[in-house]
Write a protein that binds this ligand. Structure first.
Ligand SMILES: Nc1ncnc2c1ncn2[C@@H]1O[C@H](COP(=O)(O)OP(=O)(O)O)[C@@H](O)[C@H]1O
Ligand SMILES: [Mg+2]
Length: 355
């Protein structure tokens, strides 16, 4: 993980963060007795491609909760059966897992069956958000802006069929596996001759391959906290990455990407991005927290939604904590807030005999 995520100072006349309209979101948990959370498990590690990042997120969250007096312990589902959560009397779970079997609705479903409230989105929103194509379909149905796309199943991936894709989407275009994260398997395709290799690479991670119109412009990300009508966007983070560096290595292990929060975008642009991101979050039925990635088209400054992350990175250098800090919410307060929103799709834990 890069340790050099530079947060710039404020830019005069541009979007400024704080005091920030968190709309009372932070009330109700500050000063609350940490013991009222009961015995808490921080789920971290797991078996996805993002295991290492998850361990960093989880250890950060665990240290923050312990520092606030919460009775929290680490729990790695790659090493222990989830059923132990119930047997050992855990009352709440903080999900710090990323990717498959952590962010995709499966762990959420298991916790629903166990009746243990967990942080973040429920089963359906997690499952939809894990699949970029399904997410785009929901957004398009809600008239939210997302790049035009073509989904290629195994038959469509035959070489002679691929020529139709740039005819449809133009060049350059982006090729990605729809159910991966951390920029794994993503290629920017510049010409007809490159598309076959890009599709082959993405197909190593997912049988279906998503091709998207390339949006040239600024890249931003924007977190959301809360649920339903009280969902609130945090300040936008502007990402300055070297052109064409979408790979995992650059995202997490190099220092040549910088992050600006406050973003320095004109206030009306910042507000419009926040409006779209909250609508995108609500359209998917997310709760607790999330972080949307977007591109702003250089030609007309129109924002396009790329994806919604429902269990974003939570290391001290991650983007949600960075944005929360700009809104006046410390890392510890953010962790406590998220824990306070732990819930179940089914409402209260089921009554009846305990397992
Ligand atoms: N349609 C697109 N146009 C321009 N850049 C894109 C596009 N899709 C993805 N990217 C670039 O690739 C990165 C990763 O894509 P994203 O869809 O966010 O997947 P993930 O973060 O899950 O790997 C983005 O942050 C952006 O830099
Ligand atoms: Mg992304």
């Amino acid at each position: 993980m890069s340790t050099d995520r530079r947060v710039t100072g404020q830019v005069p006349g541009r979007s400024q963060a704080g005091p920030y309209p968190l709309g009372g979101l932070a009330d109700g948990f500050v000063g609350r007795g940490a013991e009222s959370f009961g015995k808490v498990a921080v789920l971290m590690g797991g078996s996805s491609a993002e295991r290492e990042i998850s361990l960093m997120s989880g250890n950060g969250v665990l240290a923050a909760l312990l520092s606030q007096g919460v009775d929290a312990q680490a729990f790695d589902p790659a090493q222990r059966d989830l059923g132990e959560l119930k047997r050992e009397g855990f009352e709440r779970v903080f999900i710090a897992l990323h990717g498959r079997h952590g962010e995709d609705g499966t762990v959420q479903g298991a916790l629903e069956l166990l009746g243990i409230p967990y942080t973040g989105s429920g089963v359906m929103a997690s499952a939809i958000a894990m699949d970029k194509t399904m997410t785009k379909r929901v957004w398009l149905a809600s008239r939210l802006p997302t790049p035009r796309f073509v989904l290629l199943d195994a038959d469509d991936q035959a070489r002679e069929r691929l020529r139709a894709v740039p005819d449809d989407l133009g060049l350059p275009l982006i090729v990605k596996p729809p159910r991966e994260g951390s920029s794994i398997g993503i290629t920017k395709v510049a010409g007809y001759s490159d598309i076959a290799a890009a599709v082959q690479l993405a197909a190593r991670y997912d049988p279906d391959v998503l091709c998207e119109e390339f949006i040239q412009g600024d890249e931003v990300t924007c977190p959301v906290l809360g649920a339903g009508p009280s969902a609130t966007a945090l300040p936008v983070v502007l990402i300055n990455a070297p052109e064409g560096k979408y790979d995992y290595q650059h995202k997490y292990f190099t220092d040549d990407t910088s992050y600006l929060c406050p973003s320095g975008l004109p206030s009306d642009e910042e507000r419009e991005i926040q409006r779209i991101v909250v609508a995108a979050y609500r359209a998917l039925g997310c709760r607790g927290w999330g972080r949307a990635d977007l591109m702003i088209r250089a030609t007309d400054r129109k924002p396009f939604l790329l994806e919604m992350n429902t269990s974003p990175g939570m290391t001290g250098h991650s983007l949600v904590p960075m944005s929360a800090r700009a809104a006046g919410l410390s890392y510890e307060a953010l962790c406590l807030y998220l824990l306070s929103t732990a819930s179940l799709d089914s409402g209260l834990p089921p009554a009846g005999p305990q397992a």
